[in-house]
Every structure is written in structure tokens, then in C-alpha cells.
Design a protein around this ligand. Structure first.
Ligand SMILES: Cc1ncc(COP(=O)(O)O)c(C=O)c1O
Length: 463
């Protein structure tokens, strides 16, 4: 018999070489980024909201794997459920049968969106978006898909066609025909786009994830009314906002909207197994699967696999038992109030925004004359470089892992696990306050770092 693989030992054996290994065989540009900003900390363990580096240092993770660790990393309830599924020797992916666990998960999810009756499983967020585009086109017999500027829906071709940031599309064209981009939170633009009655669906994030932008209070409701008026479907992409992230199970609940299709992915399976889901009205589903010979007209081999279903069922248990939706609302309120306070007291914090535990602060030009020239120089190098003046000391001095929101953005985004406790909130408050205070002093360490970044950027540009 083969000796059992000890994955901790396998990890420990190679972990010190991870950057070389990755540069050789995977994404060398990612390694350059990490080394440039000093994020090459060699993480060795993760649990809950925290990560540990090779020297045992504990970090607070405000990226949470881009939102997949909503219930925290390596939750024991999910791990135990996965082990139990493996031990049970389940008849996984028979294909010429229907999987019971998929039925159970569909029922649990649809109970959260009682106006919808059908679920479709996929293997990622982007795959859920692809499926929703196909379902909407088949249901309406129309090709048009309206989406928003600054939107993000994934990087496969259908999803990419609906992404409102050119960085992701440049060099990969042509994308799919029939897609139309409008400004977010602009009902007049939406009506204009729908008026030709050739639009299958308006695909929208209830709160824009890349730039952390919540809508005006009645935007989504009015948008849905416009969709109905012109015979289009409303698709809410809740891949980032769903499962409690904004302090409600679905973000649309804040706005009293019942979309025709709702997309989920990311946090659903506790971060262990890829998954994507489309929840929809039964009439929409029926138009795609409208004949017996079309029973497999859309799908994917691994979708509905028992491990994804198991991890998701266990994750829903955790969200309910640990009251994570309520926790996201309470901790989100505390942190938003704190971040808004920063905007009032720190020179170059322009504003704070967000909902639940999806938050951002936006930086802007400092008022102090002594800092302005420096700011301008950094901005000239690269819009958003100034944000790194905050994220780097947060990481190095306060062990807080946080990201710049979107490309070329001046916003710093907080997307923590929904399990944050009061000590984690205090950690954030201390780290941000001290870092931004230091950034307000022209001779402070933050601006010394700025000089290093400028030198680095010049060297990289060969200048
Ligand atoms: C709103 C939204 N939609 C879709 C996606 C794509 O999901 P995935 O990366 O699983 O393909 C993302 C990922 O960040 C997202 O935030």
C-alpha cells in the first residue's frame, strides 16, 4: 500500500521555496508584486480570521481569500463534514442519476429566497454568471445584456463581456456581442438601454465589489420595475455580497428587491471546494430545460459534486449557528462608524463607505502643503500607489492584510471574515489610526516608504 500523504509535511518541505517555485512554473508577476510590496511573509497556517507566518507572527486577514472565507478559515464543522462525506463512500457524480445532497442544498438555499423555485449548480462565480446569461437569453429570446461601469462578474468570456473595467478586457477581444455598459446607480441610462426591448437581462451587483459602492436606497427596486416594464430579467450578482456579507443574507434584502435570478459562489463552501449557484424563477429555468432531449443542454461535469454540496451544507449550518449575518451587521456598523471618523480627522482620507463587512476608505490629495508635492509625484507614477503607503505599514507594522480596491483605485478595501470579534475590530482600529496618523506627518515613516516606492517604480521603468 502507498504510504499516506502527510500534507503538513509536504507543505513544510517546500514552503520556503514557494516564491522561486511559483516564479518558475506559475505566475512570476504575482511574485514580483508580493516582493515589491513586502507581502512575501510565507504564511504557514490559517484559522478563523487569522493567518500565521513562518516566524509564528499572527495576522488579521481583511482579504479573506477575496471573500471565500466568510465563515473563517478551516472551520472545524466544515472539515468534519468533508471527512464524513469521504468516509461514507457516497455514490458521487454518477451522472446517470440525480444527487440527493444537491437536492438538499438547493432546498436550503431556496428557502432563503422564497420567491425563487429552482437552483442550478456550477463550479465558480464566473460559471454561475455564464449560466445566468444563457438562462436569460433562452428565457427571453433576446441577446442583450446590460451591465454597469466598474462592475466585476468574473473572467471567462461571457462574464468578462460584462466586466466594466478595461484592464481585464484589453488584449483579449473581441468579447461577446450584445453587451451594453451603463453607469451604476443611473436609472435614466438603464431605461435608455432597455427601451429597444432587445435586452434579456440587467446584470448588476447589489453593491459594487471592486470599488465598494452601495447603490442609492431605491435604485435596485426602480431598476427591477424598469426591467419588468421592458420585458427584461433582473440578475443580482450576489457572488461577493451574498451569504451575510452585507449584514443581510442577501444584499437585495436591504432594498426590498426580489430579482429574477440570484447568483451565489465564493463563501458558500467554506473556502474548501469551488462552487457557484444560480437561483431563479421556475419559468426562467423551464425555458432552457424545455424538452427531455435537452436535459443536459447546460451543465458541467463536476457541478453538484458531493464535496461541494457537503461543504456548503456545513457552511450554512455555521452561518446560522454562529449568527454570522447578525455579526456582520453589528461589526460592520462599528467599523463603518470608525472609518467615517478617520475621514473627519485624517488629512487625506476622503470618505468611508460600505455595508456590513464590505467596507472601504477612499484616499484623496492631502491638504497639507508639505505633503502635496509628494502625493502628486506618487500619483504620477501610478494612480493608487498612494494606497500602498497605507497597506504596506498596515501589513508590516500591524500585521493586517488588506488590499487596494480595484485597479488604479484610491480606495482601500476591507473584506474580512464574518466572524470578526471585538478584539479583531480593536486591532483594525488601532492599526488604521496609527498608520494614518503617521501618514499625516511629512517626515514620518510612511513618506520615507513613499520615496522607496518611487525609486522602485523608477528602477522598474528603467528610469
Ligand atoms: C461580484 C462577483 N461576481 C463574479 C465573480 C467571479 O467569481 P469567480 O472568481 O469565482 O469566478 C466575482 C469574483 O470576485 C465577484 O466579486
Amino acid at each position: 500500500m502507498l504510504p499516506a500523504l502527510d500534507m503538513r509535511a509536504a507543505f513544510d518541505d517546500v514552503e520556503a521555496d514557494r516564491y522561486d517555485l511559483h516564479s518558475r512554473h506559475l505566475n512570476h508577476q504575482m511574485v514580483r508584486v508580493l516582493k515589491t510590496i513586502g507581502f512575501d511573509a510565507r504564511f504557514t497556517r490559517g484559522r478563523g480570521a487569522h493567518l500565521w507566518d513562518a516566524t509564528g507572527g499572527r495576522y488579521l486577514d481583511l482579504v479573506s481569500g477575496w471573500g471565500v472565507f466568510a465563515i473563517g478559515r478551516n472551520h472545524p464543522h466544515v472539515a468534519a463534514a468533508l471527512k464524513s462525506a469521504l468516509d461514507a463512500e457516497l455514490p458521487n457524480l454518477v451522472q446517470m442519476d440525480v444527487p440527493p445532497l444537491a437536492g438538499l442544498l438547493a432546498e436550503r438555499l431556496l428557502a432563503r429566497a422564497p420567491w425563487l423555485q429552482k437552483a442550478f449548480f456550477a463550479n465558480s462565480g464566473a460559471e454561475a454568471v455564464e449560466a445566468a446569461i444563457k438562462f436569460a437569453r433562452a428565457a427571453t429570446g433576446r441577446a442583450g445584456i446590460v451591465h454597469c461601469q466598474h462592475s466585476f462578474h468574473g473572467l471567462t468570456y461571457g462574464a468578462l463581456s460584462a466586466v466594466g473595467e478595461t484592464l481585464y478586457r484589453d488584449g483579449f477581444g473581441p468579447v461577446l456581442p450584445g453587451f451594453r455598459e451603463i453607469p451604476f446607480d443611473d436609472l435614466a441610462a438603464l431605461e435608455q438601454a432597455l427601451r429597444g426591448r432587445d435586452v434579456a437581462a440587467f446584470l448588476v451587483e447589489p453593491m459594487q465589489g471592486k470599488i465598494v459602492r452601495p447603490p442609492s436606497p431605491d435604485y435596485l427596486k426602480q431598476a427591477h420595475a424598469l426591467c419588468r416594464k421592458y420585458g427584461a430579467l433582473l440578475i443580482a450578482d450576489e457572488i461577493q455580497t451574498g451569504l451575510g456579507r452585507t449584514g443581510r443574507f442577501f444584499a437585495v434584502e436591504h432594498f426590498g428587491v426580489e430579482p429574477d435570478l440570484v447568483l451565489i459562489a465564493k463563501g458558500l463552501s467554506g473556502g474548501h471546494v469551488p462552487i457557484g449557484v444560480v437561483l431563479m424563477r421556475k419559468e426562467v429555468f423551464a425555458k432552457t430545460f424545455d424538452r427531455m432531449d435537452k436535459a443536459v443542454v447546460h451543465g458541467s461535469t463536476f457541478a453538484k459534486n458531493d464535496l461541494a454540496m457537503t461543504a456548503s451544507l456545513a457552511t450554512l449550518d455555521v452561518i446560522e449557528a454562529e449568527k454570522l449575518v447578525e455579526n456582520a451587521a453589528a461589526k460592520g456598523e462599528r467599523l463603518l462608524a470608525f472609518l467615517r471618523g478617520l475621514a473627519g480627522t485624517h488629512d487625506f482620507v476622503r470618505e468611508a463607505r460600505g455595508l456590513g463587512l464590505m467596507l472601504a476608505i477612499e484616499l484623496g490629495e492631502p491638504k497639507a502643503l508639505s505633503l502635496r508635492a509628494f502625493w502628486a509625484m506618487l500619483e504620477k507614477m501610478s494612480k493608487g500607489l498612494t494606497c500602498q503607503l497605507v497597506t504596506i505599514p498596515l501589513f508590516k507594522d500591524h500585521k493586517i492584510l488588506v488590499q487596494v480596491a480595484g485597479h488604479g483605485s484610491r480606495a482601500i478595501k476591507l473584506l474580512p471574515t464574518l466572524t470578526l470579534d471585538d478584539a479583531d475590530c480593536a486591532w483594525i482600529e488601532r492599526g488604521f489610526s496609527q498608520t494614518l496618523t503617521a501618514a499625516g506627518e511629512s517626515a514620518g515613516p510612511v513618506w520615507a516608504l513613499g520615496k522607496t516606492l518611487i525609486k522602485g517604480a523608477r528602477a522598474a521603468a528603467g528610469g
